[in-house]
Design a protein around this ligand. Structure first.
Ligand code: GAP
Length: 497
């Protein structure tokens, strides 16, 4: 797959634009265009319906993106949120050393010490990919983005590198205001910022990106008492074990065999595996990787990354961490607050399992797997699942005369109250289908002379390009059923030959 084709289509059709493009762009920053913004909103809605709505006790919050320096001292980010940096001595280009080594040698070296990485660079004779210059010794680089606040310089605060900390610092406010009892979850969707050494691969590694995080708090003595676990216990997931062996195993058995630490973690892994399939990612392109100890974040007792197979290889899209009581305990220590809760007549500092979803990588995966070259139909198109397609329906008057546009506008307005609808009256019908296909519009409705005489319209199916004739009065009901998958296209009306 040539990802450039996806990137070009995404720009041309208003999904993703480079940020500050008229001034040459800014590395690590991208903007969502009109269709990208709707896609993001629909992904978030789908996520909310699948992960939040079914839970009894889960609260959504929205906290500041810039937070007190002490937050990051306590969380360990100022000390430990680091990546290894090497710089070209000739052209001064910067590289993340572990990525560069992996690219050049195929070795997985994430988490190795700077001296070990420097040694590999020398031994494998790795030079600057841009100018072949010699590379410097590897140094540690902190990824936190700092900013001065207020008129006095030196009053430093930090842009959050994860949305999670706003949840931990508000822990007491949440439990008292919501009268929360264990287990319960808190979710947050918003921007995170990381001063990445070398942003790259389109929207894969950015300096500003959206995360959706869930912190699920529970009593560690009841780590397997998950309210809705039964529903997903038998869901089969694929795990790449720490020893590199892949297994297909049910969520419940993965806990029984001590591969996954508890049912809370297993519950989320099962749901993620199902949800990404709903987004159009094939099951063969999904797996969880049990991260090795050296690559596990400083706050975690065990990480399972949901990885997706991209054009360039497997990459983490959701980080699943067993953060235990690490964050609440350190914030207790640094702030003097107490975060213990009473559960079963005992005081307990809750443990936390955290699924952390990355929005840009999710968007990348959706577009990658939706992209079709369309050699058969003569244009590229996107097979985005109907529920996520930014525009649900296209409405096209066949000609711009004889009251046909008025009839088309009537249908457009009716559909628009519940869906995103495109009205297109320019160019040939073929051109309009092509434009709609390129943006992934699942169904297009054409209004013609029969619409006035016989009160019928044609619906065209994006995936098969087939067309059916339906009664105008039944249109909305039929579209609803097509949209939800309740009705097969060929069965929904009279096939047009
Ligand atoms: N609170 C835990 C946490 O932030 P993470 O594994 O560092 O965990 C979670 O990040 C997800 O956020 C990743 O799986 C990825 O999808 C996304 N992410 C992280 N850094 C990113 C970056 N620089 N650009 C785009 N997405 C990123």
């Amino acid at each position: 797959m040539d990802i450039e084709k996806v990137v070009n289509l995404a720009k041309r059709r208003g999904f993703i634009f480079p940020s500050s493009e008229i001034y040459g762009g800014l590395s690590g920053f991208y903007d969502y265009g009109p269709l990208g913004t709707i896609l993001k909103r629909k992904i978030t809605k789908s996520w909310y319906e699948f992960f939040v709505k079914p839970e009894e006790k889960i609260f959504e919050i929205e906290t500041s993106q810039i937070m007190h320096k002490k937050v990051w001292e306590a969380s360990g980010h100022l000390k430990d949120f680091i990546d290894p940096l090497t710089q070209c001595k000739k052209c001064h280009s910067n590289y993340r050393a572990d990525d560069l080594i992996q690219e050049k040698t195929g070795l997985l070296v994430e988490g190795l010490k700077p001296e070990e990485l420097t040694k590999i660079i020398h031994e494998k004779k790795i030079n600057c990919p841009r100018c072949s210059g010699e590379l410097s010794d590897v140094k540690i680089f902190n990824l936190m983005l700092a900013t001065d606040i207020g008129p006095v310089s030196g009053d430093t605060a930090y842009l959050r590198p994860e949305t999670a900390q706003g949840i931990f610092t508000n822990f007491k406010n949440i439990i008292s205001s919501m009268r929360a009892t264990l287990p319960f979850g808190v979710v947050q969707h918003g921007k995170s910022y990381r001063n990445e050494i070398s942003p790259r691969q389109w929207i894969m590694r950015l300096r500003e990106f959206n995360q959706i995080e869930i912190e699920m708090f529970f009593n560690p003595k009841k780590e397997n008492d998950v309210p809705n676990f039964k529903e997903f216990a038998k869901t089969k997931i694929k795990i790449l074990k720490q020893n590199g062996n892949p297994i297909d195993i049910s969520a419940e058995n993965a806990v029984k065999e001590k591969i996954i630490p508890n049912n809370f973690m297993a519950y989320f892994l099962a749901k993620e595996f199902l949800w990404y399939q709903q987004l159009g990612i094939p099951i063969e392109a999904l797996r969880f990787r049990h991260m090795g100890k050296h690559e596990t974040p400083h706050y975690s007792k065990g990480n399972f990354d949901l990885e997706i197979k991209f054009d360039f290889g497997w990459k983490e899209v959701v980080g699943n961490a067993y953060r235990t009581d690490f964050d609440l305990t350190t914030h207790q220590k640094y702030s003097g607050e107490t975060f213990a809760m009473v559960d079963d007549d005992e005081k307990v500092v809750p443990h936390v399992v955290e699924p952390s979803f990355g929005m840009p990588r999710t968007v990348y995966a959706i577009l990658l797997y939706a992209y079709r070259e369309g050699t058969d139909r003569g244009w590229e198109w996107l097979q985005i699942p109907p529920k996520l397609a930014p525009i649900s329906f296209g409405v096209f008057p066949l000609v711009n005369k004889d009251k046909i546009p008025e009839e088309a506008k009537k249908i457009y307005k009716t559909l628009k109250s519940n869906y995103e609808v495109l009205f297109d009256d320019s160019g040939s019908i073929g051109k309009r289908y092509a434009r709609a296909d390129e943006t992934g519009v699942p169904f297009c409705i054409t209004i013609d002379y029969d619409s006035l005489k016989k009160k019928t319209v044609t619906i065209r199916d994006r995936d098969s390009t087939k067309q059916i004739l339906v009664k105008t009065k039944d249109l909305e009901k039929i579209l609803q059923k097509l949209f939800s998958g309740e009705l097969k296209f060929e069965k929904a009306g009279k096939l047009v030959k």
